[in-house]
Design a protein around this ligand. Structure first.
Ligand code: GRF
Length: 209
């Protein structure tokens, strides 16, 4: 069985999508074996506890704001469950090589824009304010550069005339849930690998679906 760890910080709607469509899906031979949350009291904690998943809280404050020490604790916990894949699904804190080097090519991140456009925070609002006619969602390999690693799957979301931030956020989040579930399912099926000839590229054998 494919073992997934999920890192979260807030609402956890993407975690919920993974619980509903991967963890509880008999057709996918995969399980979420641990959830790590960076914030006490986050809604995501409720979601994972309710699903019976081992849930740990590791805040940056509890490690005196030291990211390396925080990531050291995250790595210690993750090693207890030997994950095949570590999914940052709304993990709102920069990670360091302490985590990335412990699980090379196994840490992936979800971002609500078509990278490399609009990295960082408030990407949906940035796209709207900039006047873009299209934004989207990216699932990518996590690297030290924030929102910088090679994309695995990307999907555009049109920005419609008269769109409000709320309306656009709703559509982007809907696509996030679907794209993240698809990405993790493809990983669990062994269909994602790095292109040996071009290391910035990921090869996804999804039959173009
Ligand atoms: C998502 O938009 C994710 O891309 C971003 O933070 C949001 C988290 O949402 N980094 P949720 O906690 O999964 O509901």
């Amino acid at each position: 069985m494919y073992r997934i760890a999920v890192m979260v910080s807030g609402n956890g709607s993407n975690l919920q999508a993974l619980i509903d469509s991967v963890h509880n899906n008999p057709k996918v031979d995969a399980q979420i074996v641990m959830v790590i949350c960076s914030k006490e009291g986050a809604k995501a904690i409720e979601r994972s506890t309710e699903a019976g998943i081992r849930t740990e809280v590791v805040t940056l404050e509890s490690r005196d704001g030291n990211r390396e020490r925080r990531d050291g604790e995250v790595v210690r916990l993750l090693r207890l469950v030997a994950p095949d894949l570590v999914v940052m699904a709304g993990w709102m804190s920069i990670v360091t090589p302490v985590l990335l080097d412990a699980f090379p090519d196994k840490v992936i991140n979800l971002h609500p824009s078509l990278l490399p456009a609009f990295p960082g925070m408030n990407s949906i609002a940035q796209a709207l304010d900039w006047g873009a006619t299209v934004t989207g969602v990216t699932v990518h390999i996590a690297e030290e550069a924030v929102d910088g690693g090679p994309p695995i799957l990307q999907e555009p979301v049109p920005i419609l005339p008269g769109d409000t931030l709320e309306a656009l956020e709703d559509r982007v989040h809907g696509v996030e849930h679907r794209l993240l579930v698809r990405t993790v399912t493809l990983y669990a099926q062994g269909k994602v690998r790095r292109d040996p000839a071009r290391l910035r590229r990921m090869i996804v054998d999804d039959g173009g679906a």
